[in-house]
Ligand binder design. Structure first.
Ligand code: 1GP
Length: 246
């Protein structure tokens, strides 16, 4: 089970690096080993199955759906993030989309990971913000971020995702990450706007268990090996497979 792996790694302090693939921007030539997981999903994509299949055909890395809408569900993935947008007050993102997909998820037998998804202001209006109308938590309002994470844990979520938004100017700050880390006893995922190995390390140092990178690897696939190498040098006891992508 993928969640068991996430939770075991978090307990042992072995950080995970996830590559996010937006099906609308998918380039099969950039697939490689070395990531802990692939997340697949996007704000507007109509389906994810061909991307999931391509990843499975190319590498051994498990694939987790990070769906932007119920139409992106495919049972071909290894697991699914079943998310609640904690900033939203719109029933679509709190219960309606979940209802639309519940039967298909359970009937397929796919592993589903309940996740509290928390938008944090990344310095520009993210696509998620535009599509959902949700108001992100200001980076300076740490009590609000903590409150959302606590509520997510009370609601039974198994994973927290602090999201600065795809292509954010400013990633989630260390004070926000570390306050949420202290507030909840759940694996913590951080993403949005991470473009350098140092930003990745900063997120881990503040308490992130998983870092997610999408845009930067779309634009600079040649740098994927650097990030994986830095992670392996800092946080992995075992020999990770470093990709030889050019
Ligand atoms: C977006 O957190 C992810 O949902 C990744 O963001 O594309 O900016 O890396 P980037």
């Amino acid at each position: 089970m993928i969640y068991n792996t996430i939770s075991d790694c978090a307990r042992r302090g072995e950080k995970m690096l996830v590559r996010l693939i937006d099906p609308d921007k998918f380039d099969a030539a950039t697939l490689c080993e070395g990531f802990d997981l692939y997340f697949v999903g996007g704000s507007t994509a109509e389906g994810c199955s061909s991307v999931v299949r391509a990843i499975h055909d190319t590498c051994s890395t498990p694939v987790v759906l990070f769906p932007g809408n119920p139409g992106q569900f495919t049972p071909e993935a290894d697991a699914l993030l079943f998310l609640t947008l904690m900033n939203s007050r719109d029933p679509r993102f709190l219960i309606e989309w979940q209802l639309q997909s519940a039967d298909a998820i359970v009937d397929s037998g796919i592993e589903s990971i309940p996740m509290g998804y928390i938008l944090v202001d990344g310095g520009r209006k993210s696509t998620t913000q535009q599509l959902t109308g949700a108001t992100p938590v200001p980076q300076g309002d740490i009590p609000a971020a903590v409150r959302m994470a606590r509520a997510a844990q009370l609601l039974g979520k198994q994973l927290i995702y602090l999201e600065a938004g795809s292509g954010a100017e400013t990633p989630v700050s260390q004070p926000v990450i570390s306050a949420v880390r202290k507030a909840v006893n759940l694996p913590l995922t951080v993403g949005g706007g991470i473009r350098t190995p140092q930003q990745m390390l900063d997120a881990y140092a503040a308490g992130a268990d998983i870092v997610v990178i999408g845009n930067h690897f779309e634009q600079h696939p040649e740098q994927m090996a650097d990030f994986i190498g830095v992670l392996s040098g800092s946080y992995r006891s075992t020999n990770a497979v470093i990709p030889s992508h050019n």
